[in-house]
Design a protein around this ligand. Structure first.
Ligand code: ATP
Ligand code: MG
Ligand code: MG
Length: 382
C-alpha cells in the first residue's frame, strides 16, 4: 500500500489510534516514548520501538534513522531537533516550524494575528508588574496562561482579582507566562482540519466541546448551532490552518461569543480529543487522514456517515481502575456505543483512560443512548 515507515514522537492514546488506523493499511509505525508498554507500543509488535523521551535529541535521531516520515502525537517535543533533521533531508510532518510556532501559545497567537485570525486580546507578562498591567488593561477576570507545556487546562489560572495575582504566578511558576482577556463564550466549538503538503485542505464537521474542570468531557457532532455560526467556525479554522506549511491533521479550538462571533482559542498540530468521534462517525477517521496526509496519499472524505454522535471521555476518578470501567460496562449494553480503552496501566484522578463514542439516527436518540453511560460516570447528572 505504502512502504514508507512512519515514526511517531509520543506513544499515548493518540499514537495508539494512529497505529490502529495504520494497521488497516498495512503501514509500519515505530514509536518513540519512555515506557516500554506505552499505549501505542502495546498494539504494534512487528516493530522495534524506541524507549526514550520525545525531547531526547539522541533518541529522536535514532527514530529518524529507522523511518521515512517523522510525525508527532504531542506538540511538546524537541522541535529544534526536528528542524535540523528536516534541514538534513528527513521528511517531518507537521513541519517543525508549525510545531515550534504552536507549542508556544504566545508565539502561536502572534502568528494567528499576523494572518488575520480572530483571537482574544492577549499580552506578554514578564513579571508581576506585567500581570498587574494585564488586569488594568483587560479587567477581571482574565486568564493567565503558561506559554508552553500546557494541556488539560493545567497551564491556566483564572485571575479574578488583584489578590489572585500572587497565587496565580506561584501556581504557574514553571514556565514563562502571558495573559489573555476573558472570552465570555456561550459555546466552545472545534474543527479538525487535514492538510496535505500540496496545500489541499479538508475540514471535518464543526463539533461542540463541553469541558469539565478544563478537561474535555463531551464532544457533540455535529454541533447543534445555527448554520451561519457553523460556516464561520469552519472558515476561521480553515484559514488558520492554511497559514501553516506542511501536512497533517490539526485540531482547532474556538469560542462562540454572545454576538455569534468566533475567536480561535488554540490549535493542536496533531489528532485531537475533539476528533475521536471521527472513528465511528465519519467516512475517514482523523487518524487515517493524518497518516494519508503525511504520506502524501489522497485524503479521504471527512463527511459524517451517521446523522449524530456524542463522545464522552473516560477519566480516572481515583486510583481505582474498577471505577473508571463502570461506564464502559454500561456501554456494553448500549446500541451504537463503541468503547475505546487506552491500555494505561495506572489510573489517577483526571487521567484520560479511554473514551466512548455513541452514534445514532438523530441527536435525540444519541442523547437517550448516552444517558445511562453518563449516569454511570456521575449518578444523577448528565
Ligand atoms: P487542551 O487540553 O485543550 O490543550 P490547554 O491546557 O491548552 O487545553 P486551553 O485550551 O488554553 O488549555 O484552555 C482550557 C479551557 O479553558 C478552554 O477550553 C476554555 O474552556 C477555557 N479558556 C481558555 N482560555 C480562555 C479565555 N481567554 N477566556 C475564557 N475561558 C478560557
Ligand atoms: Mg492546549
Ligand atoms: Mg485547549
Amino acid at each position: 500500500m505504502n512502504s514508507q515507515k512512519v515514526g511517531i514522537l509520543g506513544g499515548g492514546q493518540l499514537g495508539r489510534m494512529m497505529v490502529e488506523a495504520g494497521s488497516r493499511l498495512n503501514l509500519q509505525v515505530v514509536i518513540l516514548d519512555s515506557p516500554l508498554d506505552a499505549p501505542a507500543k502495546q498494539i504494534e509488535s512487528t516493530q522495534q520501538h524506541i524507549a526514550g523521551a520525545f525531547n531526547d535529541e539522541t533518541k529522536i535521531r535514532e527514530l529518524a534513522d529507522k523511518v521515512d516520515v517523522l510525525t508527532v502525537e504531542i506538540e511538546h517535543v524537541n522541535a529544534g531537533v526536528l528542524a535540523s533533521l528536516e534541514k538534513a533531508g528527513h521528511t517531518v510532518h507537521p513541519s517543525p516550524f508549525t510545531v515550534q510556532t504552536i507549542q508556544d501559545k504566545y508565539v502561536q497567537k502572534n502568528h494567528l494575528v499576523a494572518h488575520g485570525v480572530p483571537v482574544a486580546d492577549y499580552m506578554e507578562t514578564q513579571d508581576r508588574a506585567g500581570v498587574e498591567a494585564a488586569g488594568a488593561k483587560f479587567g477581571y477576570p482574565f486568564m493567565l496562561k503558561s506559554k508552553t507545556m500546557a494541556y488539560d487546562g493545567k497551564g491556566n489560572y483564572v485571575v479574578k482579582s488583584e489578590q489572585d495575582i500572587q497565587p496565580a504566578m506561584e501556581a504557574l511558576s514553571k514556565t514563562p507566562l502571558y495573559a489573555e482577556k476573558w472570552a465570555p463564550f456561550t459555546k466552545e466549538l472545534a474543527v479538525m482540519v487535514v492538510r496535505r503538503a500540496n496545500g489541499e485542505i479538508r475540514s471535518y464537521p464543526v463539533v461542540e466541546t463541553i469541558h469539565k474542570n478544563s478537561i474535555c468531557h463531551l464532544v457533540i457532532a455535529p454541533a447543534q448551532v445555527d448554520g451561519a455560526v457553523l460556516r464561520r467556525a469552519q472558515q476561521v479554522a480553515e484559514n488558520a490552518i492554511k497559514s501553516f506549511p506542511g501536512a497533517g491533521v490539526f485540531g482547532v479550538e474556538m469560542f462562540v461569543l454572545e454576538d455569534e462571533s468566533i475567536l480561535l482559542n488554540e490549535i493542536a498540530p496533531r489528532p485531537h480529543n475533539s476528533g475521536h468521534y471521527t472513528i465511528e462517525a465519519c467516512e475517514t477517521s482523523q487518524y487515517e487522514n493524518h497518516l494519508r496526509a503525511i504520506l502524501d496519499m489522497p485524503l479521504g472524505s471527512t463527511a459524517m456517515k451517521v446523522p449524530a454522535s456524542i463522545m464522552v471521555n473516560i477519566l480516572g476518578e481515583s486510583e481505582s481502575m474498577e471505577e473508571c470501567y463502570r461506564p464502559c460496562q454500561e456501554a456494553l449494553t448500549v446500541d451504537g456505543a463503541t468503547i475505546h480503552l487506552y491500555g494505561k496501566k495506572g489510573c489517577r484522578a483526571g487521567r484520560k483512560m479511554g473514551h466512548i463514542t455513541v452514534v445514532g439516527d438523530s441527536m435525540m436518540q444519541v442523547q437517550q443512548r448516552l444517558a445511562p453511560i453518563l449516569n454511570a460516570i456521575e449518578p444523577g447528572v448528565d
